[in-house]
Design a protein around this ligand. Sequence first.
Ligand code: SF4
Length: 242
Amino acid sequence: MPAGRIHSIESFGTTDGPGVRMVVFFQGCLLRCAYCHNPDTWSCKAGRETHPADVLERFLRNRNYYAHGGITASGGEPLLQLDFLCDLFELAHKEGIHTCLDTSGAPFCTLEAGRYERLAGVLDLVLLDIKHTSPHEYSSLTGAELAPTLAFARWLELHNIPMVIRHVVVPGITNSEEELCGVSRIAKRFSNTQAVELLGYHALGEKKYKKLGMSYRLAGVPPLRDKELAWARAIVKDELQK
Ligand code: SF4
């Protein structure tokens, strides 16, 4: 099995999928989300070469701690290393380990859907990030197009793969009532949606940009307050129930 490039591994993650999980941060991402707090994962050439069997071995060493959990592939963008991702999840499935993919869906291309068939057989859950519901705003926030993300959601639906829609709520950018209702409407469009998770924007990544000598596009944007997040969650919940 060929090696992949990973940025890092979080041994005991509790926010990216059910239970306690090993979160594998893949190296490389083609998006440039304004609020990204992991710009050090962008370069496809950085990170370290890692074999899927080594990741699995590390998981198995601590298997008792991962009660009701499993392995989550995050990043960066795991779909950019599709073969490595499939190899890792195949090994995990052979051991009866739950697999979860945290993705923007951006690399997906309907014309190449055949390349993804192997993944469909070893994928238990997807956390799909809908960064903005307006194609125009999506492009300005990420530098990429919204359409592949929606195409990937449709592909997941066709394969009956459960999906949790995620959305980062950024003050002044993705926190309007219209936008939040839009996220709910997208979630309702797909029969495989299990939930919508809203994540509040924080500015913790700003320091990383400074350290890397990069400018931070959201400098001055305040973190989302708890009560604003609660308001956003109520809007989404209402719209989902309509
Ligand atoms: S998709 Fe994720 S890793 Fe890539 S730029 Fe956006 S937030 Fe950062």
